[in-house]
Design a protein around this ligand. Structure first.
Ligand SMILES: Cc1ncc(COP(=O)(O)O)c(C=O)c1O
Length: 485
């Protein structure tokens, strides 16, 4: 394959045809969701070493490679993919990946991708608008004034959370950039905050112990009444609170922290309030579900992954600030080849991110919005949340299954109870289901109990698939029991 437009077209035709077949087969529910071959076998079947050492790819070679590659993927488009919080991407999003792959415009400095930059700024305005932090007259209003918030896209929620916490640090201790992080700073965060929060705190040199866990109830929802005594204790110990972190929603259970109440506490005490909405901020696009984030405009920062509930391929996350000035105060870097005075036609965002080279990731969400419109995305989020409640009823109605709580999002934990509540039995069930490969489900431990866990993120998953999953679990459980598990 030469690096020519002719060969691009010839190989792309093969790739598109293979992917179209893959998509059709996956969406029809034919075949397995996942087949896990031993890694050595896979490397051999795909002839990886030969290709790496010899090259020489042709359209026929690409076809052969994909014939070995595609069957060994996680088939996210299969309606029985009900596993992790990773979008089943809308095909429109893949167009953005293709275009970016060809033009490769890392648009963090405007001149390296003016079009991609315009898309990112417009998408950020759209997201700010959903939070209530956009005061411009239309989405293309980039000089939106002091009252508007600001934001930037990052490669993933973990980097977005690190950015938000870095902004909180710059706010309370601007000298930290030069002098290092003062050792009296702590973060009050949900006991079940995603691990990337503690990781960010460690990366920032505060030590993981600077994360003060705020207790949650048995379904992982932060108990706001505990904030006042914890804050009092922390102050008595001579510590300063850099940020309070809430979940919207919790990773394991999909339940939302009481954002309004926590926001009120933060306002009263002048504390930075950060909402980790990596999964659940997408409820903001649904008029039916946005109440789950009531009070979000009381926050100072919010993280929102689009590669979870907004149907984009990985990765595309936003960190949004109520006060746009945080974008310029967080990182104080100098790089003479990038940061210098020049005529300003657009905006450079390279100073606003952890990343230097950054893909035009906004285009993924743009293509999905251009295909579905914001109404389409609102409907998608609303439907996934609603159908999860229905699935809860179906599972709960069976005497040998139980769902411990009413779901608020599209994440649902449940147990197979016929043979008791033993954690290792539930885990063995999940492992056996995944190994069989007809369904893909996850599991998580909540309050010491291991649950089977669904993320209902595929719009093709229906009640029929849930009934079939329950039948499969019953069958596997009986076999495990007979084998004296
Ligand atoms: C609440 C929460 N925050 C952050 C993350 C990390 O986001 P990412 O995987 O995009 O880095 C996750 C991932 O599931 C999450 O659930």
């Amino acid at each position: 394959m030469q690096n020519t437009s002719h060969d691009f077209k010839a190989v792309a035709e093969v790739v598109v045809q293979k992917l179209a077949n893959y998509l059709a087969e996956s969406q029809s529910g034919e075949g397995k969701v996942l087949i896990q071959q031993p890694i050595g076998q896979l490397a051999q079947d795909m002839e990886l070493e030969k290709w790496i050492k010899e090259g020489g790819l042709t359209p026929a070679g690409a076809s052969k490679f994909l014939d070995a590659y595609l069957p060994n993927t996680q088939h996210m488009h299969h309606p029985q993919y009900i596993g992790h919080q990773v979008a089943v991407p809308h095909v429109a999003s893949s167009m953005a990946d293709l275009v970016h792959g060809v033009i490769n415009n890392p648009m963090a400095i405007y001149e390296m991708g003016p079009a991609g930059s315009a898309v990112e700024h417009t998408i950020i305005n759209w997201m700010l608008d959903k939070v209530g932090w956009f005061k411009g007259s239309h989405l293309g209003d980039f000089k939106k004034g002091k009252e508007s918030g600001g934001g930037v896209l990052t490669h993933g929620g973990s980097v977005a959370n690190l950015t938000a916490l870095s902004a909180a640090r710059a706010s309370i201790a601007p000298e930290a950039w030069m002098e290092g992080t003062p050792n009296d700073l702590v973060v009050l965060g949900s006991e079940v905050a995603h691990y990337c929060i503690a990781r960010s705190i460690s990366i920032m040199g505060m030590g993981k112990k600077a994360m003060i866990p705020v207790p949650v109830n048995k379904w992982e929802v932060l108990k706001p009444e505990t904030l006042i005594p914890i804050y009092k204790r922390v102050k008595e110990e001579g510590k300063r609170v850099m940020a309070v972190v809430a979940n919207a929603c919790a990773t394991a259970t999909g339940l939302y922290d009481p954002i309004d109440e926590i926001g009120h506490f933060c306002e009263e005490n002048g504390l930075w309030f950060h909402v980790d909405g990596a999964h659940g901020a997408s409820a903001l696009v649904s008029p039916k579900e946005r109440h789950l984030l009531k009070g979000v405009n009381r926050a100072d920062s919010i993280v929102w992954d689009t590669h979870k509930m907004l149907r984009t391929s990985t990765l595309c996350a936003a960190v949004l600030f109520k006060d746009y000035r945080n974008l310029t105060t967080t990182f104080q870097q100098k790089g003479s080849y990038l940061f210098y005075e020049k005529e300003a036609v657009g905006f450079d965002i390279i100073t606003h991110t952890v990343e230097c080279t950054k893909a035009a990731i906004a285009t993924k969400l743009f293509w999905v919005l251009a295909a579905e419109g914001e109404k389409g995305l609102a409907q998608f989020v609303g439907n996934q949340y609603a159908i999860t409640k229905k699935f809860k009823q179906i599972i709960d109605a069976h005497p040998d299954f139980s769902c411990p709580y009413e779901p608020e999002s599209n994440i649902l934990c449940f147990l197979y109870t016929k043979f008791g509540l033993d954690n290792s039995f539930q885990l063995a069930l999940q492992n056996a289901v995944v190994k069989k490969g007809d369904f893909y489900i996850s599991s998580s431990e909540v309050n010491g109990i291991r649950y089977l866990r669904l993320t209902v993120i595929n719009p093709l998953t229906t009640e029929v698939h849930i009934q079939a999953l329950m039948e499969e679990i019953i069958e596997i459980a009986a076999k495990l029991k007979t084998a004296n598990f």
